[in-house]
Write a protein that binds this ligand. Structure first.
Ligand code: HEC
Length: 128
């Protein structure tokens, strides 16, 4: 019982505490779920999905070389942590009509780690 509570507390702290190297490493591992369609980094290209450099603060549908769905382009979303978390949990619920076919990640700690990993990359794909 008590150990269960401590585990929950530790998970919550891991999700909301300062960014740690191990969170970024875990996020990089989680990004393997995205690599079939997305690239990030200095040599990143838009492939099946748009490149994810400089994602946070970026407007949805703004990578010129990528052909987005109307749903994404017209969503009016500016990617921040809260909207990213909502989208990654269930893309089709967050942006109905999105052409991203992905079942979603339900685990908040995993989403936080993925966020920490992606946040490293500026618009040129350089690590900040
Ligand atoms: C099967 C391919 C596929 C997988 C796997 C996938 N995506 Fe996507 N993603 C797409 C496509 C296609 C779009 C464009 C959506 C649209 O235009 O409606 C997209 C769009 C996005 C966007 C919006 C970007 C923008 O410029 O508006 C984000 C953020 C995103 N994906 C993150 C992720 C993350 C993080 C993962 C892994 C957890 C992931 N995706 C997994 C195909 C995929």
């Amino acid at each position: 019982m008590r150990i269960g509570f401590l585990l929950v507390a530790a998970t919550v702290l891991a999700a909301h505490g300062p960014v740690r190297a191990q969170d970024i490493a875990a996020g990089e591992k989680s990004f393997n779920k995205c690599r079939a369609c997305h690239q990030v980094g200095e040599t990143a290209k838009s492939v099946a999905g748009p490149k994810l450099n400089g994602l946070f603060g970026r407007k949805a549908g703004s990578i010129a070389e990528f052909k987005y769905s109307e749903a994404n382009k017209n969503s009016g979303v500016t990617w921040d942590e809260a909207y990213f978390a909502k989208y990654i949990k269930d893309p089709k619920a967050a942006i109905p009509g999105t052409k991203m076919v992905f079942p979603g990640i339900k685990d908040d700690a995993e989403i936080a780690n993925l966020t920490a990993f992606l946040k490293q990359f500026d618009a040129d794909g350089k690590r900040k």
